[in-house]
Design a protein around this ligand. Structure first.
Ligand code: ADP
Length: 486
């Protein structure tokens, strides 16, 4: 059942109950007041009608002055204790002059006589009768019954009419209310329908950028529209993010396999060369079919093995880097502890001095690190500093590479600055991307383009940031900012 129909039914049901209660109330009030008038008149006539109880008989003495023979009928019934009563006397108007039967009121048996009002239908006409027992004052013996009746046909007709009017009015207003309710609920629910249609359109299409038009003021529907639109925006951005992540993942896999293939090709080439040379060396000819002397063969063998060793090293570092990034993607969290930063930086500086380099290696000032502790993982922080220092050495053919520390509020910065080749402005936003290498480095310096993306991941894992400033031809400065542990 639709909401529209349910709403209308509820509301019509409530209205029906209200109409019924109201109708019953009106009817009761009108009935009571009208009948109360008649009852009062009957009681009054009854009390002022004189009845004479004699020893064997009863007689109406004086009739009440308000007795109206057109509407009021009086009947006197006498009882003896072993007999069920008989009509003693009636007023003249109970004997019909026309051909119709004469009017007699039915009366109760002796033991049921009491003061009361009774409604009777006699010859199809309605009467209200007031009955008063007649008792001999001295003995208290019941001897008769005085019945004063009024024709209530007109009142009955009035009540009948009232009932019909109430029923009709009730039914008409209920049907009108139902129709109006259907109309109003359709009008009220139309904006919801519009929202539904728009939502269905968005759901069935592939366009996530669509939004539900919002033409309502700030009512419930307007707010619903806003909520749905907000939800759609979130879904859209989540979807975009997912697509970007997927694309990045695909790029990563293809770049990684490409990078792995290069050293493998070199290794296979060298192995092929060695195999061929060994096969040719098996022949008896001392100079060999290749015409190479023993010394030349030895040199070629040594070079091939050196190549293979180099490529294997490169591959192993590449695989290590890939592993680090795979961990980063999997949301890997390293164990953290409180570390004295000065010691850690001094250790990195000491180890860096053994790295092959052309530039001068300078350390300091580091005094801001006195007594500074950070929350972090020693190995990973050392790895990060090494990536920055190695890059400094790689991209600084002459000049110097310096490591120093600065402090800003509750953050401490470790800066690796060099006077090397610098980075072009258009390359700067990309150097933290995986496999990205700026043009001057390609084919000139060895590298995979993964170092800085690993460094960035480590910095973020430590709730730190990695910033870079660089000028082509003048040098670069990489700063790692870490929050100081309390
Ligand atoms: P790799 O050094 O293996 O190429 P990185 O991710 O460490 O990869 O660096 C990405 C690129 O950023 C490098 O290829 C290089 O072009 C540039 N870069 C990084 N550090 C420096 C630096 N100190 N000076 C100049 N260029 C740099």
């Amino acid at each position: 059942m639709s909401i529209r129909l349910r709403l209308t039914l509820w509301y019509s049901g409530l209205l029906a109950v209200a109409i019924v209660v109201f109708g019953v109330l009106i009817y009761t009030v009108v009935y009571r007041t009208t009948m109360a008038e008649v009852q009062k008149q009957l009681q009054q006539i009854s009390s002022s009608t004189e009845v004479y109880p004699t020893r064997f008989n009863l007689a109406i003495g004086k009739l009440s002055s308000s007795f109206d023979p057109n509407t009021i009928y009086i009947q006197l019934v006498s009882y003896t204790q072993n007999q069920n009563g008989q009509i003693r006397q009636m007023t003249q108007n109970m004997f019909r002059s026309d051909n119709r039967e004469e009017l007699t009121f039915p009366f109760p048996p002796y033991q049921n006589v009491q003061t009361r009002f009774v409604e009777r239908k006699i010859n199809g006409l309605s009467y209200l009768i007031y009955e008063t027992p007649i008792v001999v004052k001295e003995t208290g013996v019941l001897v008769g019954l005085l019945q004063v009746g009024a024709f209530t046909g007109r009142e009955e007709a009035l009540f009948q009419q009232l009932r019909t009017i109430l029923w009709l009015a009730g039914l008409v207003s209920l049907s009108a209310a139902f129709a109006l309710g259907m109309f109003l609920s359709r009008k009220a629910l139309r904006p919801i329908n519009k929202v539904m249609e728009a939502a269905e359109q968005i759901q069935s299409g592939s366009e996530l950028g669509l939004r539900i038009p919002r033409d309502k003021p700030n009512d419930e529907i307007g707010r619903l529209t806003d909520t749905l639109n907000g939800m759609l925006s979130r879904i859209e951005s989540a979807y975009k993010h997912l697509e970007e992540t997927n694309a990045a993942q695909r790029r990563f896999v293809s770049d990684a396999s490409h990078e792995l293939r290069t050293p493998l090709t070199t290794i296979r080439g060298n192995i092929d060369l060695l195999q061929k040379m060994l096969a040719a060396g098996d022949e008896a000819d001392p100079a060999g079919p290749s015409g190479l002397s023993e010394a030349a063969r030895k040199q070629i063998t040594q070079e091939a093995i050196a190549d293979i060793a180099d490529e294997a090293r490169r591959m192993s570092s590449l695989v290590n880097n890939l592993l680090s990034l795979a961990r980063a993607d999997a949301g890997y969290q390293v164990e953290m502890e409180k570390l004295p930063l000065l010691q850690l930086v001094e250790e990195a500086a000491r180890r860096a001095s053994f790295l092959p380099r052309k530039a001068a290696w300078n350390v300091g000032p580091l005094d801001v690190l006195e007594g500074v502790w950070v929350c972090g993982n020693r190995d990973y922080l050392l790895q990060l500093l090494f990536i920055l220092i190695e890059n400094g050495f790689k991209y600084t053919p002459d000049g110097e590479v310096r490591l120093f520390a600065v402090r800003k509020g509750d953050r401490v910065g470790l800066v690796v600055a060099d006077t090397g080749i610098g980075i072009d402005e258009q390359d700067l936003p990309h150097i933290f991307d995986r496999f990205y290498r700026a043009d001057p480095s390609r084919g000139v310096t060895s590298g995979t383009g993964l170092g800085l993306s690993i460094a960035k991941w480590i910095a973020e894992m430590h709730r730190g940031t990695l910033e870079v400033q660089s000028r082509p031809g003048q040098g670069s400065a990489f700063a790692l900012w870490l929050p100081v542990a309390a």
